[in-house]
Design a protein around this ligand. Structure first.
Ligand code: SAM
Length: 630
């Protein structure tokens, strides 16, 4: 009997305890659910959330303001509490806000408080009110009773992104693709440079077609001037950004590539990025070993638990691989930390897509055949039209005024559109000059390959330009390179520089995008260049080393041309581009005008020296001068 009573008593106690736990859980859950997005305080610009919040306020007849974060104190230690996440960041001298968000009970233990009841130990810093009573008052304000749903994944993500961080600035340069990091570009996959932020991206890496840019590429982030777009997956500013399916949230193409579960809805356009909300949110709470921050989502080393941001890894030269497995559609995304990095030729992205490589080769082969057929067809067509034009008694002067003629409405019917299969073969390879002999004004202005975009070219116009002796039509980079070599003496010369001794100057106006000169010299690896530099210094020789990328240097000391005299500027008007030509198979470096350069102006290039090796003071006098050639 006694045993029976004892058991009854025990089960009653158990039930009471269970109810107590349930009540407590309910309360915690209520606290978790209470936060209402508020259009004054929150940075959420999602119209649905704002509408939801307004509805809630009008229903409750109150306008409870839920701050993004609130200063709290526990056992004399400061913290920042994020109501939307119901978590806290420790601000103690050893953490200094650099630790991840943790639960209140974990933080309480971290502060050294032994209460093991955050509700009794955590207070608001400013008023000494208990945090729990502040939360309850917020709930009593009506927000809880209105049936708000628990935090959506999106709210959690936006809350996480509001945690303060230090943005990481990278040097994005136009000469290498901001997505894959390679400097080389190809005829079928050119590097396009954004006219506004000057990042370079391969057509395929960024999902853009040169033929559709109208000659002036502007990256997606620069399209609108609304606030600076930031990647929600890392703290790195700028770069090749694309929108995601979530309003206002952007991602680096590179971050998206390496983040498991993220993919682009339209792979040909590489946007919008999907899958962010299905990600494991714990990735957003991991610390990057490179930038030491918790902002964004981390990827991990293939061999160990080290976590880092994809773009930080790119910056640090970690080995990153994207590979497809034969017979499988899925892309394998692999990255290695500094300790486990395997030897990599470039220390950068390796695309080892066997199948994709084969498909690409096939595509290239097919395209070559098709291009050959197209070229043949075009040649015949042009021959026919050319004979028509030359017999149509056109005024000679008129034939040499391309800009005016482009606006002739009467000729619109023969406009070549961006989708025209001949557009690349005609417009993009066209290169012409309006020289003194053909213009009364006497100035010589180059008409580059895409003066006003494809759609503005008239086929008749192209045919007319072909009659002028200064006009070149290039069907390949080899042809263009040959012409560059032939004409470079008329374009550039050397002279006394205001920057340093001798420099390279423009003899005539050069337009943005024009090829200026080929930089001749021996192509060597950085390590070889370092040895040679030391040797030249010992021998008291001037050295002419031209750094093209982190891996490639051109030594023009013994085998160079006039281009070696180009001086450095922190605001250069030229940039270098590695080009692969097929006949003879060769890699060459071309200096290209980054902006319009007037005749007589000095041509400059950013030497891209190692920022840590600040030995030569820079004399470029550019407003953004970095003070040293680095
Ligand atoms: C390839 S040479 C350029 C041609 C050089 N001006 C000459 O007359 O031989 C590179 C050297 O020029 C100097 N130089 C180039 N740009 C400079 C700059 N912005 N400020 C200071 N020195 C510069 C540095 O001494 C550098 O090592």
């Amino acid at each position: 009997m006694q045993k029976c009573e004892q058991r009854l008593e025990n089960s009653k106690r158990f039930l009471d305890a269970k109810q107590e736990v349930q009540k407590r859980n309910q309360r915690v859950e209520n606290i978790r659910r209470f936060s209402v997005p508020n259009d004054q305080e929150s940075h959420i610009h999602n119209t649905d959330s704002i509408a939801e919040s307004r509805k809630a306020e009008s229903l409750a007849g109150t306008s409870s303001i839920v701050p993004t974060s609130i200063n709290v104190i526990c056992f004399g230690v400061d913290g920042a509490y994020y109501p939307r996440l119901h978590e806290v960041i420790c601000l103690c001298p050893s953490c200094k806000g650099c630790t991840p968000l943790v639960s209140l009970s974990k933080w309480e233990a971290h502060t050294g408080c032994r209460q093991k009841k955050w509700k009794l130990s955590v207070k608001l810093k400013d008023s000494s009110q208990m945090l729990i009573s502040w939360l309850e008052s917020m709930i009593d304000n009506g927000a809880m009773d209105l049936g708000f749903q628990a935090h959506s994944q999106e709210q959690v993500l936006r809350g996480l992104l509001q945690v303060p961080y230090v943005p990481v600035t990278l040097k994005w340069t136009p000469e290498k693709c901001a997505v894959c990091g390679w400097v080389e570009d190809y005829e079928y996959n050119q590097i396009l440079v954004c006219n506004r932020c000057q990042i370079g991206v391969h057509e395929e890496c960024y999902g853009v077609k040169a033929s559709e840019t109208g000659g002036s590429f502007i990256c997606r982030a620069c399209e609108s001037s609304e606030k600076d777009k930031e990647c929600c997956l890392c703290p790195v500013r700028g770069g090749a950004l694309k929108p995601s399916v979530i309003p206002d949230l952007w991602v680096h193409v590179y971050c998206a590539w390496f983040m498991k579960g993220i993919f682009f809805r339209d792979i040909s356009k590489m946007e919008p990025a999907e899958g962010i909300l299905s990600m494991d949110m714990s990735k957003f709470k991991q610390q990057c070993v490179i930038c030491k921050q918790y902002h964004g989502a981390c990827i991990g080393c293939w061999e160990c638990d080290t976590t880092f941001h994809a773009t930080c890894a790119l910056r640090a030269g970690y080995r990153m691989e994207l590979s497809t497995i034969m017979g499988q559609d899925e892309l394998k995304k692999v990255s290695y930390c500094a300790r486990h990095r395997k030897p990599s030729e470039s220390g950068r992205l390796v695309i080892a897509a066997l199948e994709a490589e084969m498909l690409l080769q096939e595509k290239l082969r097919r395209e070559r055949v098709e291009a050959e057929i197209r070229r043949e067809k075009l040649r015949k067509q042009m021959q026919q039209e050319y004979s028509m034009v030359t017999t149509s008694n056109d005024d000679e002067d008129d034939s040499l005024r391309p800009f005016q003629l482009m606006n002739h409405d009467s000729e619109k019917e023969c406009t070549i559109g961006p989708d025209d299969e001949y557009s690349r073969l005609t417009c993009s390879r066209l290169y012409a000059y309006r020289g003194p002999s053909c213009h009364r004004g006497g100035f010589k202005e180059s008409v580059p390959n895409m003066p006003a975009g494809y759609t503005r070219h008239e086929r008749k116009e192209i045919l007319r330009l072909r009659q002028h002796p200064g006009v070149h039509e290039f069907l390949s980079n080899e042809e263009r390179l040959m012409n560059l070599k032939k004409t470079q003496n008329s374009r550039i010369c050397f002279g006394k520089s205001a920057i340093h001794k001798w420099g390279l100057f423009a003899r005539q106006d050069i337009q943005e995008g024009d090829w200026v000169v080929e930089y001749l010299g021996e192509i060597v690896r950085q390590s070889v260049a370092d040895i040679r530099e030391r040797r030249y210094k010992q021998q008291g020789k001037d050295c002419y080393l031209f750094k093209v990328s982190d891996e490639i240097v051109i030594d023009a000391t013994h085998k160079g041309n006039i281009a070696r005299l180009i001086n450095h500027s922190c605001a250069p008007n030229c940039f270098a581009r590695i080009l692969t030509v097929k006949r003879p198979v060769n890699t060459c470096i071309i200096l290209i005008a980054k902006q319009n350069v007037k005749a007589g102006e000095e041509l400059t290039y950013d030497y891209l020296f190692d920022p840590e090796n600040q030995t030569v003071p820079c004399l470029c006098r550019a407003p953004n001068c970095r003070k040293f050639i680095c």
